[in-house]
Design a protein. Structure first.
Length: 681
């Protein structure tokens, strides 16, 4: 039995078991098969060329056909039996699948040969067969040797980079148009989940390179490269495109286009479809629909849009300020131009991003609203709305928009980066943080310069460390420093990774002090040095650094590291500063009440311990013991924290701490399996 049939039969059996449940969809199927959603989508598409939702619907409709032929139930009854909440929608889907409505099935059955009325043994014994098949599949899965493995063909990864197109026009002002052609080719390919498509920022560095194809491909870790050159002459677009197989440095598809500007969208779509076909990428009907979607019918609006886009990508305030009026001209020409509205919202978001007093909240809101109004299935429209929620600090509301954007554009490095930041800083979840850090490094590994690449490796190292993959974290933090030895944060992180490896807190403290001496204004390191003294119960040393931290925080009117106020309270109490200690503890208690993260119960446990409420403290620790995907640093430092000392006298303390440790390693094992299945680890 092939892998294909094994996987599909298992999926079909699970769908049939949940047939009547209208709520049983892609996420439920992924959970039932113990797979991540993205891995399920990829496997189903590869084996059936259908999206997961289309596959589920097809199984439902096939069962509906069988029931219509074999029972006297009405169409309405059967629609509900196979999980359709609406009979009219069931009829519509049935017609699309079979070419005629379900009411016609009886008429067709009369014309069938009489021998077809014999008992359908497959139907009668479906559930015993499914159960038996499951047992057989389990046996097969554990057979030590399988002959088919010996002849299984190695599949070449469909990874691709679109290099910057060359402007062959004598008129340099046409560069934005050629860049637009390259951008559209990239965007269309990014919508195909069967491809891994490198980000625009990663390929930009090769605009004026002398490097050969094999060298570029090796640096980008791709198997295929797209090269192009073009020009615009009046109303004519001239474009030369070739797809090159990196291993042989040989073009495997070449095309020359000479078309009217009015046909530019057809040209762009044709390029993407032919490239996908040449490397045998699976393109689902939904993805094809996205590729063939025209952004606007107004070519004047599109021309303004391309000019603005070129400026937006400059990533400077000056570029943004020049891009905005061009995007506005685009929507004046086409008031339903979703992409232009979305990029207006994005431009204003980045103009406002570093301002304490936000100026453009209403504009970001209005433009992102219009983008979704005119194209709710566009990844850029969804990104613009997510950025609005980040702008207003409603981070959880941003998540569904970003996740939906990734469905429409599974290769969007921008979405992956924002999701990584959200799960690190604002909605703590170490598993999701690591997942998107790993995905990001696949899409954006060849950043424009060594500083950017050093930052990418720093982010990945941090995500690996937080999830307990210490050796891997150490490898990537060293890579980060290799690319950018001046990175201010990498040595700080390396000190903690080194501690995770050897448990030498004195070495960690000295490494942090060394970093602090480079820049004594660094409040992040200042409070970390104080904390190292605190963990060693050197309260005099801790007070020296905490005092400076507190004074500087107050002088700068900063509300940072509120979670440290409990430790500061204990240190000040040990130094005999009772009144100040009480004030810090009050602030810590208020922080605990506000905290909505997975760490709330751990913080509350320390609060109760400080107050001498040992039973409540243990109760909170037990609540924390059932949390998922918390940082590895909790395991390393929670028992060293002097605040927790009163809880150690409780008879349940050791058992509870062990539960926390077990929970972490169980989650890490599941995470490792999931990431390996998705090809990320």
């Amino acid at each position: 039995m092939s892998n294909r049939s094994t996987f599909i039969e298992q999926a079909e059996a699970i769908i049939l078991e949940n047939l009547a449940s209208e709520q049983f969809g892609v996420s439920e199927l992924a959970d039932a098969m113990h797979m991540s959603r993205s891995n399920l989508l990829r496997k189903i598409k590869k084996r059936t060329q259908l999206s997961a939702s289309q596959f589920i619907r097809k199984v439902r409709l096939q069962e509906a056909m069988a029931l219509l032929k074999e029972t006297s139930s009405t169409v309405s009854e059967i629609s509900y039996q196979v999980g359709f909440g609406s009979t009219s929608y069931f009829i519509k889907c049935f017609r699309e699948q079979y070419g005629y409505p379900p009411g016609e099935v009886g008429k067709a059955a009369i014309e069938e040969k009489t021998e077809q009325v014999k008992p359908n043994y497959l139907k009668i014994y479906r559930w015993p067969i499914i159960a038996g098949t499951s047992i057989i599949l389990l046996i097969i899965a554990f057979l030590p040797f399988r002959k088919k493995d010996a002849v299984q063909e190695l599949e070449v990864e469909k990874s691709i980079a679109v290099l910057p197109f060359k402007n062959e026009s004598a008129d340099s002002t046409n560069l934005y148009f050629v860049n637009g052609l390259m951008e559209s080719a990239l965007n269309n390919l990014q919508k195909i989940e069967d491809l891994r498509v490198i980000s625009r920022t990663s390929v930009e560095k090769y605009r004026k390179t002398d490097k050969g194809i094999p060298e570029i491909a090796e640096e980008l870790h791709v198997n295929y490269l797209v090269e192009g050159s073009g020009q615009r002459v009046g109303n004519q677009v001239l474009l030369n495109v070739q797809l090159i197989e990196a291993s042989s440095d040989t073009p495997i598809w070449v095309e020359q286009y000479s078309q009217e500007v009015t046909d530019v969208f057809a040209l762009q779509n044709d390029v993407a479809k032919k490239i996908a076909k040449a490397i045998k990428a699976v393109v689902t009907p939904a993805e094809l629909e996205q590729i063939e979607k025209r952004p606007t019918e107004n070519l004047v609006a599109y021309d303004y849009y391309l000019q603005a886009l070129d400026l937006l990508y400059s990533q400077t305030t000056e570029g943004l300020e020049k891009a905005i009026p061009l995007f506005q001209k685009a929507v004046e020409q086409d008031p339903e131009f979703a992409l232009a509205y979305a990029n207006l919202a994005i431009s204003y978001y980045y103009l406002d991003i570093h301002r304490k007093q936000k100026r453009y909240t209403d504009l970001i809101n209005n433009y992102s609203d219009k983008a979704l109004l005119y194209d709710s299935k566009n990844d850029v429209s969804l990104i613009s709305r997510a950025l609005y929620y980040m702008h207003t600090e409603e981070y959880r509301l941003a998540l569904p928009h970003l996740e939906k954007a990734l469905e429409y554009n599974p290769n969007s490095a921008d979405v992956v980066q924002v999701l990584s930041i959200l799960y690190y800083r604002y909605i703590p979840d170490t598993a999701e943080y690591l997942k998107y850090a790993l995905l990001g490094i696949q899409l954006d590994i060849a950043a424009n310069d060594s500083i950017a690449k050093g930052y990418i490796y720093l982010t990945l190292s941090n995500a690996l460390a937080q999830t307990g993959f210490v050796n891997e974290a150490f490898e990537y933090i060293n890579k980060s420093l290799d690319y950018d030895s001046a990175n201010a944060f990498a040595p700080y992180l390396k000190a903690y990774i080194q501690y995770a490896k050897n448990g030498d807190i004195e070495q960690t403290k000295n490494s942090l002090i060394k970093e602090l001496e480079k820049d004594t204004t660094r409040l992040d390191i200042l409070q970390e040095v104080a904390k190292m003294h605190y963990f060693q119960e050197d309260y005099d040393g801790a007070f020296k650094y905490y005092k400076k931290f507190v004074e500087t925080r107050k002088d700068r009117s900063l509300n940072i590291y509120p979670e440290e106020d409990g430790k500061i309270a204990l240190v000040y109490e040990k130094m005999g500063l009772k009144e100040q200690a009480a004030d810090f503890f009050k602030r810590y208690a208020e922080y605990c009440e506000r905290d909505e993260s997975i760490y709330k119960s751990a913080s509350m446990a320390l609060k109760y311990a400080y107050e001498g409420k040992v039973d409540q403290g243990i109760e909170q620790l037990n609540h924390f013991a059932v949390q998922d995907h918390f940082q590895y640093w909790i395991l390393l430092f929670i028992e060293m924290d002097p605040l927790i000392k009163p809880l150690k006298k409780h008879p349940e303390y050791s058992v509870t701490i062990q539960k926390i440790k077990d929970r972490f390693w169980e989650n890490q094992a599941k995470l490792k399996t999931s990431l390996e299945e998705e090809g990320l680890l």
